[in-house]
Design a protein around this ligand. Sequence first.
Ligand code: GAP
Length: 513
Amino acid sequence: MANQEDIFKKVISHAKEYGYVFQSSEIYDGLSAVYDYAQNGVELKKNIREYWWQAMVQLNDNIVGIDAAIFMHPTTWKASGHVDAFNDPLIDNKDSKKRYRADVLIEDHVAKIEAKIEKEVKKAAKRFGDSFDKEQFLATNQRVLDYQTKVDGILKRMGKSLENEDLADVKSLIEELEIACPLSGSKNWTDVKQFNLMFGTKLGASADSAMDLYLRPETAQGIFVNFLNVQKTGRMKIPFGIAQTGKAFRNEIVARQFIFRMREFEQMEMQYFIKPGTQQEWYEKWKEKRMKWHLSLGMGEDNYRFHDHEKLAHYADAAADIEFRFPFGFKELEGIHSRTDFDLSQHEEFSGKKLQYFDPEENKSYVPYVLETSIGLDRMFLAVFSNSLKEEELENGTTRTVLKIPAVLAPTKAAVLPLLKRDGLPEVAHKLIDELRWDFNVIYDEKDAVGRRYRRQDAAGTPFCVTVDHQTLEDETVTIRHRDTMEQQRVKLSEVKDIISKEVDMRYWLQKI
Ligand code: GAP
């Protein structure tokens, strides 16, 4: 079996070869951690955004959307705490001169211990066969328990040191764990220092009068500053939500892992405004709701897990990540944060304007609490794309590369293929395309033998191929081939649209939530 690194390399090259993701300004050798979405990528991204929007806005009476500007008044970022607290703890290796996020070095060390636990589990599962009880094994095996105690101890200490801004202890922890620079293997580290992640820019023409601005590092603040506008104009009653998708910018230092960690990326966020004291209940509800959204795509329950935060962000009283099994291991895909009244109270203080809700049931005004769900669109893209890419051994001994993107998200839903380029078959194919394109993206492909065309569409992620042949001219039937099973069925031309629609319509997928 190929190792994780090889699989990930394959994902990146496949994304380029099949028109999903290109490096930004590639002809100038690219820009680190900045990427462009290509002709298929833009469609997949749009479909994921739409799948999120329908689930969050269209299907919830009490959630509405906005689209706030990327530029915001600079005081926003003072109030939100980003100017003072949106930092990463960085450490340099003196020999390789490479800079790392100190917490990531420690987390990578922890991941290695966790990998040992998984190895023990796999070994035991093999030994005990059907009678293996994973829960019991995790709770009783001494070696696993020792590893787990180690993991818990490290994370707890790191969380505490970061929370107390005790950067000297973060460095001590790195030294005690004997963490070496992945590049040079050296343990010769500088002190840990804080580094602000926001990109600065200027508004205005003349140097003297120009105003310092930041590119927003999260979309959430555009929602907070509009809270009262939306509540009043939409006559919203608590609990209610405001959702938004849009670009965010962070000067990431650990800029690797393809589109997992980018400097310019897109978020899909929702702030749910609630009565103070109900945050625990909503925190649990939204954790469950968001996990159901993920599972509805059928990408495998085993590929997701919750991870409670050790170190809480400056605004949160509880936070968890939904982690996904990426090709490089389980990593954060989405965050669910109980943000208390931190943001609205801060904006009240810095703007001098009241940001309160009059609760008719309580007959009083208060600053609402906020429950946030925040997912990176690019990360979701990577989750879908990497999980879908498969090399399958076929019965005839050959292999096929197939991109099993959930049909509802696939960029192109069907390819229409005339068996031959003559005898009137292309004309029938074009006529079918003209009918189907009103409902979904469909392409025409007449080059090469039909088997090769099937393979090409498999690799591009197209869930259906419709083949027009001589029999079509006689009885108005075509063959539909299903990408995932490679099954073929003979159906009436007039049924094609309904058969495909049924499987790609968001309604059928979102009903599972
Ligand atoms: N408003 C809360 C917030 O921004 P976050 O955990 O910093 O929270 C939320 O970010 C989500 O945004 C993450 O779970 C991740 O999916 C995505 N994200 C964050 N930084 C990213 C980056 N540099 N590149 C791509 N996605 C990123």
